[in-house]
Design a protein around this ligand. Sequence first.
Ligand SMILES: Cc1ncc(COP(=O)(O)O)c(C=O)c1O
Length: 404
Amino acid sequence: MKYISKKLTVEKISIQNVAKKFGTPAYCYSYTQLKKNINNFKKSFKSFSPLICFAVKSNTNISLIQEIKKFGLGADVVSIGELMIAIKAGVNPKKIVFSGVGKTSTELSYAIDKKILLINAESKSEVNEIDRIAKLKKKKVQIGIRLNPNTDAKTLTQISTGKKENKFGVNDKTFFEIVNYCKSSSNIELKCLSVHIGSQILDYKPYEKMLKVIDKIIKKINFKFEFIDLGGGMGISYNNDNNKLDYKKYNFAIKKFLKKHKSKIIFEPGRSIIANTGSLISKIIYIKKNGKKNFVILDAAMNDLMRPALYGAIHRTLPSIKKNNVLKKNYEFVGPICESTDKFTSLKNFQELKEKDIIVICDVGAYGMSLSSNYNVRPKPVELLIKGSKIKVIRKRQKHKDLI
Ligand SMILES: Cc1ncc(COP(=O)(O)O)c(C=O)c1O
């Protein structure tokens, strides 16, 4: 996204035109950016050709998953609903991994019937349940065990998942017990060791540490895993300062690990594939001054984009038309919902705005629409995919009649 003749533009289309044609709030995604992200990811790790399973939780739009699939990616799912979407999008079940701490019997049974690549189990009870269902169905099921490597991902606490106090995975003692259990089961084939230490990780060192933990554990149990699933979590630059995960250093650490362990690497990236492809287009309903503060009340709210309210996340916020030689003001950008957390950001020295101006919240392709809700009986925004000068509606705007 860039300014062309002062108009903020996605591919060949100005945001102003998108807003006029499709209304606001609207999510819009750039196909070219998506392609660039996937190719860059593949290229960065090409020396060991990993299986890249897109984390569907980050964006569940079926049209986007269809596009992602065309680049040969698989899917990482965390619920039966996500699994159904991945299968409907045409993702090869042999490229689907199923993560999550609380998969129900119905979910496990469905995944077994669909013959997906791996169910990554996260507890002894889950492994027992998979075994029971597999026995009933007279099937052999390929599983992974998610290890909790007790590694600090050095990211926000709310999105840190690899420390021993987090609910995810199992500790090394339970890991060994499950490995032994699997050896004696005729319905379970243990194929994978999986980990996922958190999201929006900017430093490669936690990953390096995590690989050391995995190395130690494999040596200790002396078990050959066909797959090592390293999860996702690769951090991106939200404020355009280029502070993102250094793929080169991560790649180097993995290559070092692979010299000792000949396994196929699986990745589960979400944010790094889809976040910077998406923008949320919104219109200013009112501007009001309360004491010293200038509130810009947008027609997008926390139900449309939850990340700021949920994690204190900050997204770049831009005017759709850049104006020089106008007054600069301090603004607090908020939504119309009756919650004080319904706030996007506060910005200083922003160009003076008027009611009905169009504002763009950037890098919302991951955990944007997928975390949205109908709070306050607000219909969900339309989703648009832009490719060159073409715009495709990839999810219709909800109507009140869908909700009432
Ligand atoms: C198990 C698992 N894999 C992959 C991901 C994707 O993470 P990210 O979007 O940060 O790449 C998540 C996200 O939390 C996850 O829980």
